[in-house]
Design a binder for this molecule. Structure first.
Ligand SMILES: Cc1cc2nc3c(=O)[nH]c(=O)nc-3n(C[C@H](O)[C@H](O)[C@H](O)COP(=O)(O)OP(=O)(O)OC[C@H]3O[C@@H](n4cnc5c(N)ncnc54)[C@H](O)[C@@H]3O)c2cc1C
Length: 344
């Protein structure tokens, strides 16, 4: 169910702050705004952001596909304003969906580890108890996991601030938050599987490898993508971090869907042991050659007739694929999504 929220931020020079936010959203997040007089509007996949400039105020109207997504949208907006002017971000107050300050964010849950196993070379599966996942599952397939930066500390979880964004503890109690994907959801058992790349020193990756039954972890969500839009054909590519979402998305496409899937898969893994049955042609790359090869493979496999382009993986590769989708393939808004899941 669509959620909306609105705020009016009083400030002397709304055009300066707006210009900074717009260039950040365009350059770092690839978000294209349409501008008409003093209004700037972004619209995609059920999300809408509108900035309307007045003499001494900035009106912001947000729309999101559901309440969880709205929570993240408001936090994002507050975060972008705080990066420019922290004191101004504190003054923000929202009309619409609102939560009292000082309470746990409505999308925050404590999840309990049931087990952690090596699923295949380079990938750890953690099974978590997620009490009300049956009610929440429709809100999206991604989860923001939260744990203390210092694993020896007793966690201090975020609470809502009056400006609509969670207040994150600082200093010794600082938290580390990263997104993962719900690979399997078993609502009848109140259980989910997340598959985490074993990649070295990352806190989340290390947590996954060392997780023991009974341990708790904070989680916000779920949020984000649930399925791909309908298209005549697809080009889909992902490294290990994008494998869980690709598996989920393939399972939701009609059986006769055409196209190509390029994935980072270790030689020891049989694709059918991880991916659902699909008519899309699978092209395998090894995880350590994926980033160097995937753009060339995309160029070989795609032409301007392709209906939809999807990529999930490293930041620089995501940018290269986005440029390929928007440039040579001519894919417009709503026809492509190339997302940085991590940054080297
Ligand atoms: C929407 C979304 C969904 C995601 N779903 C998944 C998922 O289902 N499974 C999953 O494994 N990841 C997923 N990711 C990616 C994951 O959030 C990042 O890899 C994250 O950086 C891992 O956090 P960390 O604490 O382990 O490492 P960080 O503290 O973030 O990073 C520590 C170091 O490790 C490097 N690093 C981070 N990730 C990798 C990697 N994959 N390979 C090599 N080096 C890396 C960083 O460059 C940094 O130098 C997703 C990301 C997004 C945005």
């Amino acid at each position: 169910m669509t959620a909306t929220a609105q705020t009016t931020i009083s400030l002397d020079a709304p055009q300066d702050v707006t210009a900074k936010i717009l260039s950040h959203l365009r350059d770092d997040h690839g978000m294209a705004f349409r501008t008409k007089a003093d209004r700037h509007v972004f619209e995609q996949d059920g999300y809408r952001i509108e900035f309307a400039l007045h003499a001494q105020a900035l009106d912001v109207r947000l729309q999101a596909p559901n309440d969880n997504a709205m929570q993240f949208s408001k936090e994002g907006l507050v975060h972008h304003i705080a990066a420019i002017d922290p004191a101004l971000a504190e003054t923000i107050r929202w009309q619409g969906v609102a939560q009292k300050a000082g309470v746990a964010p409505s999308n925050f849950r404590l999840l309990t580890v049931r087990r952690s196993t090596l699923l295949f070379e380079g990938m750890q599966r953690v099974t978590l108890h997620y009490p009300d996942i049956d009610k929440l599952a429709a809100q999206g397939l991604h989860l923001r996991l939260v744990l203390p930066c210092d694993p020896t500390r007793r966690p201090v979880w975020p609470v809502m601030g009056a400006n609509g964004a969670p207040v994150w503890p600082k200093g010794a109690d600082a938290l580390h938050a990263r997104y993962v994907t719900l690979k399997n959801i078993r609502p009848e058992r109140e259980e989910v599987d997340i598959d985490v790349v074993r990649h070295g020193a990352g806190l989340i990756s290390r947590w996954a490898q060392e997780a023991r039954a009974g341990q708790k972890i904070g989680a916000m969500g779920p949020v984000g993508l649930s399925a791909l839009p309908q298209a005549s054909s697809y080009f889909i590519a992902a490294d290990g971090t994008g494998l869980p979402i690709v598996a989920q998305l393939l399972a939701k496409l009609p059986q006769d869907t055409k196209g190509d899937v390029v994935l980072a898969l270790p030689d020891s893994l049989r694709a059918e042991d991880y991916l659902p049955p699909s008519r899309l042609r699978l092209h395998r790359l090894t995880p350590n050659t994926f980033d160097d090869s995937v753009l060339d493979v995309a160029r070989e496999l795609t032409n301007p007739g392709v209906g939809y382009g999807f990529f999930a993986g490293e930041f620089a590769t995501a940018k290269a694929l986005r440029d390929h989708f928007k440039g040579p393939l001519g894919l417009g808004k709503g026809q492509q999504m190339s997302t940085a899941y991590w940054r080297r």
